[in-house]
Structures are given as structure tokens and as C-alpha cells.
Design a protein around this ligand. Sequence first.
Ligand code: HEM
Length: 503
Amino acid sequence: MELGLACAPLLVAYAVATVAAYWVALLVYRLVLHPLAKFPGPRLAAATTWYEAYYDIVQGGQYSKKISELHDLYGPVLRVTPDEIHIRDSRFFDTVYPSGVHLDKVGWDKRFGTENGLLMTVHGAAHKRRRAALAPMFSRRSILDFIHIIHGHVDTFAVRLQEFEVRKEPMNLTNVFPALTGDVIMDYFFGFNQGQIKSPDFTSFHAAFMNMGSTGHWATQFHFILPMMDMIPDWIVAKLQPAAKPLLDLRSQNRSLVQQTLLGTDLKRNDAKTTVFHELLHSKHLVPAEKSQSRLEDEAMTIVAGGVETTAYALNVASYHIIANPHIYARLHADLVAALPDGASQDLLTLEQIPYLRACIMEAVRLTYGLSARNPRTHDKDIRYKQWLIPKRTCVSMSVPDVNHDEDIFPHSHLFVPERWLDGAGVGLEKYMVSFGRGTRSCIGVNLAWAELYIVLGTMFRGWKFELFETGVRDVEMGADYFIPHVWRGSGGVRVLVGASGD
Ligand code: HEM
């Protein structure tokens, strides 16, 4: 016993020395012997992921901004973490995200606790199967079959616009749009909706998804966090971390809906032809393990998340800029009146023929980015970029905002200029529209997103006139990167007073 106590300091010293030796060896490896050792970038970023953690956790979603500054200093190729190379060169986008090749994507699987959802799937082969199972439901044909349900929700939105017009109270579009897109995607995925657009204060998944972003930065650094949260009862986590409550509620609701369906309860209440969930369950592309409760929970969460915030934010950005610029509103409204003289039907095919509306949507989607995060891919072959040979199996990433603010391609890139997409001006520009991603892992929801954008914006700016209420451009500009863009922390949202358009 006495001998044991006497040995204790020695054992502690031994343990400390072992850990120190490990760290020193790791540092030497990363800085000197690592295959990426010769790539430019701060030595601290090459040495440890704590560099990234400092900007994303301590500074709050600021590593993307820091990376832009580092590119200004070091050039277009940068080692941003010990194992990742980031490239800023719009012309290289299609090389990193090629068509026809099913690449691995490493890193996002640890972020949100949905590692088996399509967006986060690591292995290219598994992604290919999962995508094949979902693809038919996201074709243009399938979206057109579902369009009457989108119209139904937009009609309810129009009733709410009338209500706010009469009440003369500001409407908070930042709350309205996630409620609207939330109802649409719930109807599409599960076959019913929760009437979010009808609820008095537009209760939605918005707070949950906003919270998911910051959890994601923590989970990227500390992989044990999400599995640990899963082991603790939700009510304890909610007590310790009240901000996580909306996310926990959404997760448990999602779990229960998937469980009910697997147990044979038919959740479908709408008159859609089918649901995404039904098609997944019957897909021949998926092996039985991919139809398990937990895999389907991951997929449901991924699709619902993908369907809510991205499109809602694009609607927000479009609305702000159209309202803030009377000449844009005037031209758009005039074109909508000409195309839809009676104002009643917002037929998608007619709306799609209005060039100025399309140009406004392109510009909004450009300023929205889709995802603000670095988007990783792992190639099976070496990639050559200028004088650099990036070894195969390296994690290589690029970022959509870098392309969308490339001043050589989009001059005055922070301004909302629909004209840049019109007539001759737009020729050649579309190949740089990367907000929906590129290649085999690009956005599967693009047809749904476009349909929603056309119908919602067509309805709003054909029938109404708006005035901004205590809202500025900061309320629609990225202040931080939490996987998706977040505006500045103090924003009260895009608030508008609603008036009739008069024709
Ligand atoms: C303006 C609207 C939208 C934008 C800008 C957008 C953007 C993106 C981007 C950039 C990606 C690619 C990620 C990558 O390359 O790894 C993506 C993927 C995805 N998006 Fe969207 N999205 C939008 C709307 C939607 C909608 C409405 C849905 C509805 C389901 C959706 C579901 C998804 C899914 C499931 C993926 C994963 C695809 C895959 O990994 O194969 N998105 N989105």
C-alpha cells in the first residue's frame, strides 16, 4: 500500500511525459513529415485543428472569413487544417466537384448527428445508392405532381398577407418563410403538415436549425459531443443547454414520426400522389440496413433541414432587395402584371417565362450561397492545381461564397443586380452559379426550390407592395458561417409593412 502511494507521483510523471511525447511527435509529423507539409498557410493551422476551433467556436463562425483573409495573404491554395487543403479559384470548381464521379465527403458526418443522411454520407458508393433512391421524387415531373400542394400553402400565405395589411402591423418575413417552406417539405416528406404558416406567430423549425449550426462547430472539434447528448435524456440536456431545446424537440418529433410509419401508421393526410418517405421505404436501391429506423431518421432530418432554411433564406434575401430598391420592384411588378393580368393564378409555367423574375431569383440565390461551409471532397487520384500536386485521398474543399463574390465574374458582387443575368449579360455567367453545388452531390432539391421561389415571389410582388420596417441590408448579409449563413446576431429579421399593389 505504502509502496503504491510512493509510486503515484512517478506514474503521473510518466503519464504526463508520454502525452507530451505524443504531442511533440504529432507536431513534428504534421509540420515536417506530413504529405501536406509544404503547402502554404499558417503553421498553427497546419499543426492543430484548435486554430479552426478558435475562429468557429470562440469567435462564432468566423473561420470562413479568416480563410478569405489568409487566401489574400498566401494565394489560392491553403492548408486550413492539418489534413485539409482549401482552394479559392472559381475556375477550379468543376474539377473539385466533377460530374459522373462519386467522391467521398469526409467531415460533415460528425457535425449534426445525421451521418447516414444523404448530405453527410461519407462514402461515394453509399451516397450513389441513397441518391438513386431519392432522385425520382425530386425530378421536375414529381415536383409538378405536387405543385397543387405548394399552391395551397402559398394561398394560405396570401391570406396572412391580407391579414397583416388590414392590421397594419409589421410582418416578420424571417419567421414567415421557414414556416412556409416547413409546411411544404413536411407535406412532401411525410404527407402532412403542421400548419406552421397558419400559426399566429409563424412557429417553425427555424430556431432549431439555427441552433444546429453552432452545435455543428462544437461537434466538428469534439466528436463525442453528439453521441454523448444522445445518451443523456433530452430533458436534462434542455435544462443544461436551453438553446438546444428546439433542436431536441425537432429530433424527438422526427424520431416518433419515423417510428410510427415503420410500425405501419399511415401519416399521409394530403392528396399528394405519394411521399418521399413512402418511396424510400419501397426503393429497390437500398439494402435493408438502409431502411432501418436510425438511417431513416437521419434521412428525414436531412431532407427536412435541406428543404427549410436554404429556400427560406433565399426568399428573405430576394424580398429584402426587391423591396429596398423601388426600381427593381417597379419593373418586376410591371412584368408580373403583364404576364398575369387577372392576378389570380400563379401558374408556374407562366412565371418561369418572365425573364426579370428569373433574374431576381438567380441574384437572390447567388447572395444566399446555399451553404456557407467549406465543402470537402476526397479524390482517388492526385489533383494538379498550378504548381501544386495535391496527393490522392487528401480532403480538398472550396466555398460557394468565394465564387459568388469573385469580383472578376460578378462585379459589385455584394449588390443585388438582377440585370447581370439578363439578355447578353447573363451569357457565360450561369456556369458560375454554384449555389446549388456541382457534380454528383449537388442539391437534390433544386426543382422544389425553384418552384417555391417562383410561386412565392410571383404571388408577393404581383399582389402586394411592401415597405421595410426597421430593417437594413445587414439583416440579409452573412455575419457568420454556421454551415449555412447566419446574419448578424442582433438582427430582428426582415420586417415589412404590407399594402395592396393596387392593380
Ligand atoms: C435556394 C435553395 C437551396 C439551395 C441554395 C441549396 C443548396 C445546396 C447545396 C449547395 C448542396 C450541395 C452540397 C454539396 O455539394 O455537398 C445541397 C445539397 C442538398 N440539398 Fe439543397 N439547396 C436548396 C434547397 C433545397 C431544398 C428545397 C431541398 C429539399 C429537399 C434540398 C435538399 C438537399 C439535399 C438532400 C442535399 C444533399 C444532396 C446530396 O448529397 O446528394 N435543398 N443543397
